[in-house]
Design a protein around this ligand. Structure first.
Ligand code: ADP
Ligand code: ADP
Length: 235
């Protein structure tokens, strides 16, 4: 039915436009009429040359920024015109972020970095720790749970960052070059760990990458060029 189809869409961007410095001489139109759907459990690659508007698109999809026109829905709920407080709450609950650099808290252990966001969401310590250990085990770094980020390799740091992004069981995972700071062989392996984790949790994901081989391992690719989105990874 059409209703069931709507519920199967995790992220829906509809006719998004965004400009900076509107009405000023230095106005830049960044996104033009961008529409995108990421289905439940679907992993979509976002391929974009630098300056194409990738960060702006990810920030709008992750409820960090608002579009000038168009709508943003996550899990069938329209978040376009939420106030700041509701938008922050929705972001914490529904969206997980992964960046090129891990952004783990340096003074806390790997496990604590995954436990803290859960405690902030009202989860009991013992449940948060059990879930954290389960996530670490799934990406093969359970034996690093008590180490601080500085004591981990780059690949291990990113694996922990993947776990943290999923700590609160978000509906949607957004990643910006999640293995971009790793050497090619490590990137390949760590990307595999990310995909395993995403598949095991049935999560929907939009993953920006310049790496067409990694893009080809996802379900589908879209290309952003000069603020316009098209299907496929090449022009
Ligand atoms: P990408 O992540 O693809 O490199 P961005 O979304 O960061 O692209 O930026 C797209 C364009 O918008 C660039 O030309 C950038 O300079 C411009 N831009 C981004 N953020 C701002 C801002 N806050 N104010 C003005 N221009 C911006
Ligand atoms: P908290 O206060 O719990 O860290 P926030 O609501 O500030 O949560 O942020 C929620 C998520 O959005 C976090 O994953 C955070 O890393 C990310 N985030 C917040 N602000 C920005 C930003 N300006 N750019 C990119 N990501 C951000």
């Amino acid at each position: 039915s059409p209703g069931a189809e709507m519920n199967d869409v995790t992220l829906k961007l509809d006719k998004i436009a965004k400009a900076y410095n509107v009405g000023k001489p230095n106005e830049v139109k960044v996104l033009h009429d961008v529409s995108l759907q990421v289905g439940q459990g679907e992993v979509v690659a976002l391929v974009a040359p630098s300056g194409a508007g990738k960060s702006t698109l990810l920030h709008i999809a992750g409820l960090l920024d608002t579009p000038d026109t168009g709508t943003v829905s996550i899990g069938g709920e329209d978040f376009t015109n939420l106030g700041d407080r509701k938008r922050t709450a929705a972001r914490r609950n529904d969206v997980g972020f992964i960046y090129q650099f891990h952004h783990l808290l340096p003074e806390f252990s790997a496990l604590e970095n995954i436990v803290l966001p859960q405690l902030a969401n009202g989860i009991a310590q013992s449940d948060a720790e059990a879930h954290g250990m389960d996530l670490l085990a799934r990406v093969g770094v359970a034996d690093r749970a008590s180490h601080r980020p500085a004591a981990l390799s780059g690949g291990e740091q990113q694996r922990v960052a993947f776990c943290r992004a999923q700590a609160n069981r978000p509906k949607l995972l957004l990643a910006d070059e999640p293995t971009g700071n790793l050497d090619p062989a490590t990137s390949d392996r760590v990307f595999g760990a990310l995909m395993d984790l995403v598949r095991a949790s049935g999560l929907s994901a939009l993953i920006a990458t310049h790496n067409l081989e990694l893009a080809a391992r996802m379900d589908r690719a879209v290309r952003l060029d000069q603020g316009r989105l098209s299907e496929g990874m090449t022009e």
